[in-house]
Design a binder for this molecule. Sequence first.
Ligand code: IVH
Length: 672
Amino acid sequence: MSQQVPQSAKVRHEELCEIVAHHNRLYYVEARTEISDIEFDALLQEIQELEGHYPALISPDSPTQRVGGAPSTGFTTVSHRVPMLSIDNTYSPEELREFDTRIRKLLAGEAPRYIVELKLDGIAMALRYENGVFTQAITRGDGLQGDDVTANVRTIKAVPLRLAGKSPASLEVRGEVFMKNAELERLNRLREKAGEEPYRNPRNTTAGTLKLLDPQQVALRHLEIYLYDMLPEDGCAPATHVAVLKQLKAYGFPVNPHHETCTSIEEVIFVCNRWQTKRHELGYETDGMVIKIDAMDQRKTLGFTAKAPRWVIAYKFPAEVKQTRLNDIVVQVGKSGAITPVAELEPVSLAGTIVKRASLHNFDDLAKKDLRIGDTVEVQKAGEIIPQVLRHVPGKRPADALPYPIPAACPICHSPVQKDPDSVALRCLNLACPAQVKERLAHFASRKAMDIEGLGPAVVEQLVAKGLVHDPADLYALTQETLEGLERLGAKSAANLVEALDKSKSQPLNRLLFGLGIRHVGSRLADIVASYYGNIHALMAAPREELPHLEDVGEAVAESIHGFFQNPDNRDLVGRLHAAGVRMEMVQKVADGPQLLAGKTLVVTGKLNHFTRDEIHERIVALGGRPAGSVSKSTDYLIVGENAGSKQAKAESLGVPVLTEEAFKRMIGSLE
Ligand code: IVH
């Protein structure tokens, strides 16, 4: 229904939106402010009030529309208008000089001008604007097609919802979404409080954030963006890269301030070397520099190879290596008994963080490197993330340093250990080993599993030490009284934990299955298995041969799952969890919707146009069907997208009906 909006309200709304956009631009493009946060919030509030009175004023580019819409079920795949190419890498000044020689040869004597930029370590993103209004954000994906993550990218405050000044009919700009180190630290402090594993690094956290289905959640993690590219449009095709950056800023996009023009490769090398150390002061991650030819006509002359443009190259920083003292080697026992040596290091600052510990992976590796307590060792961060001990410095070994012995018994429970036949891992065989018990409980309570808030390491430690809890089922017998008796746990926290435990009982089967900590069963695989079987009893009764028919379930996984449920102790555990009231099935998404596919098994193959894999699987489950990974006699339908391969041939040979994606849509569409 259309609503009459007084002209004065329209004018004021438009004016307010412009003012807010102006201050946003000042802040994100020029890094300065003219008004206080309070004044800014007051402007936003006035817009909100106007829109409250006159909802017709709400447009997609209103600043109130950053976090909108319900959580989605997946992302649509979108084709890039122009492929998002990758760039070639170099790792030494010598390789940069070779690049320069190539360029000069191809330019036939014409002098190149280089722009040297930071290589931001984030996620590449394409943003589209129609008539000046932000309409779409697409991830790089495979370079040809990416995911439509518009609702998530809209929450990034630095992304202008409308362009400043005169805007072209359509515009695509490209850049990098990333997270500042301080933001990662803030999120990790919250996670630590909640007893959750910290995120490893800003880049992966950014990728994970962009994949969240709920934009509200995305908005809570503050992402940033810098733009560095613009597709030429009719009427707007700057002649140099510097002009592109200038135009991007004029439109209101944030552009990284650290870019320099160089006229010789030695200058380029100088700039790269300078940033190699200075980059740790930036507050966000860079993994190198990007060197681009400035003039567009020269870029055209240079052209592309099959993989990448010839006019650009990345210079990757070598990993920083430092020496420090190996103070101790301690041993950790994981949830499935794997015994891992860990290096305790004299704290050392490395690539922007202080490193105190590093996994030594396994005892074979430790013996090969012959690391001894007291050694001076060289450490680096692999891929800028995980600290690694590379080697010991031979001349600096104390005379009395002894080789580290391979444990003959578990350092925690002293029961015998065994080497895995299929890997180098050393394992404690005692399932009741307190270290294993603690790890299993922590895993059961973790966020992707049963998500029991407040059951952090300190609480688990005490529960196990006091003999109150031996396995996850024991958790559900804990009372407020017992919990209050623990150290550093007040009445309020105890009550919260009891409530969290109670709430966790209704988690769906996929989380329970993941939480049980079955070897090789990660959270994605748990989703697949749980949605196929629907309830734990069907899974426990499943014949061993049936499991490899599921998507991504190989022989080792099938063996592990089947073996787990054959074990009487595990069956008993499931029985006790059931008795405690823990849900043993998937949640029926559309409990009373039409169960058109009830009891039917469907396999999906090929590239789909209308659904992502997760979406179509969810749709099948919602209609009562079971998605499976491979075609067999018991498959009811095969749904085929583009380039369906062997599965289609197999279905046809078995007489399994084959549906195109459109046919499937019609089939379910008639009931929607
Ligand atoms: S230019 C065709 N500039 O690095 C050239 N890329 O390894 C397009 N990246 O996919 C890329 N900072 O995600 C360019 N200043 C920068 C960059 C940058 C980071 C990323 C980008 C690209 C990847 C290639």
